[in-house]
Design a protein around this ligand. Structure first.
Ligand SMILES: Nc1ncnc2c1ncn2[C@@H]1O[C@H](COP(=O)(O)OP(=O)(O)OP(=O)(O)O)[C@@H](O)[C@H]1O
Ligand SMILES: [Mg+2]
Length: 237
């Protein structure tokens, strides 16, 4: 069964159309990667999926239920959790406090203590900084906290927008390992510019260009590395 079915969605900002006609299915147990040149609609697609933006056409089903036009809070409560691109954390809160507050839904509160321990096991850097204010964390640590917070919501699908943006190679490696581990229990939909991460973490990758899916990469048709890199620069345009 499909956990996510996006059918023919389109729309954008005011009179500017960003997404044209996106159809995408994520099967249960599958991890999907999205990539493509800057400004071609990847973040917009994630925003529409998690209810932060309303598509002007098409439908979105999550776990068999129509969520098109539903509020972000309703969507997050149903288990579709989106960590946004860039830093969206509250500076004056501590690490532990941020993680605890993230488990705000009824379903998430139930297992919050055990989940918190799992997050600390996954990201020992966060465990070491439990009491530290989030504004004093490094960029990489904040990214870990964003993902940790998303995990505290008990996601049934985790949507990540460029999780390794601006991270050092060392932190990228740490985060890749953590995402592989997360992907064993939670399906992922990941936008990412790092080819290695995308191929290591996801089973199938789609290229988004000019608001459309122009190519799909699976285990049986993986192009070579140079070809994938060319796609990031809009080679299909
Ligand atoms: N709030 C907004 N108002 C108007 N236009 C916007 C807004 N947000 C994004 N856009 C435009 O929509 C287009 C798609 O943006 P989007 O953020 O979806 O791209 P992206 O593929 O995620 O790019 P990147 O790889 O740089 O993150 C861009 O041309 C962008 O300028
Ligand atoms: Mg983006």
């Amino acid at each position: 069964m499909s956990i996510l079915r996006i059918e023919g969605i389109g729309g954008g900002y005011g009179s500017v159309t960003v997404l044209r006609d996106i159809t995408l299915t994520l099967e249960t147990g599958e991890n999907l990667g999205l990539f493509g040149p800057n400004g071609h609609g990847k973040t917009t697609l994630l925003r529409m999926t998690s209810g932060l933006m309303r598509p002007s056409s098409g439908t979105i089903q999550f776990d068999g239920r129509d969520i098109t036009g539903a509020s972000p809070s309703k969507i997050v409560t149903s288990g579709l959790v989106h960590t946004q691109q860039g830093n969206t954390l509250f500076g004056d809160m501590g690490v532990a406090e941020t993680l605890e507050m993230a488990a705000f839904t009824k379903r998430a509160r139930a297992g919050a203590t055990a989940r918190l321990e799992k997050v600390y096991a996954l990201f020992p850097r966060l465990a070491e900084r439990r009491k530290q204010k989030t504004r004093t964390l490094s960029g990489g640590e904040r990214q870990m906290l964003s993902i940790g917070s998303a995990l505290m919501c008990a996601p049934r699908l985790l949507v990540l927008d460029e999780p390794t943006l601006g991270l050092s190679p060392r932190l990228k490696e740490e985060l890749t390992e953590a995402l592989i581990e997360i992907s064993n229990s939670v399906p992922l939909m990941v936008v990412e510019q790092d080819v290695e991460l995308l191929l290591a973490v996801t089973d199938r990758q789609v290229l988004v260009e000019h608001g459309e899916i122009v190519r799909e990469i699976t285990a049986t048709n993986t192009p070579d590395h140079a070809e994938i890199v060319a796609m990031y620069f809009g080679a299909q345009a």
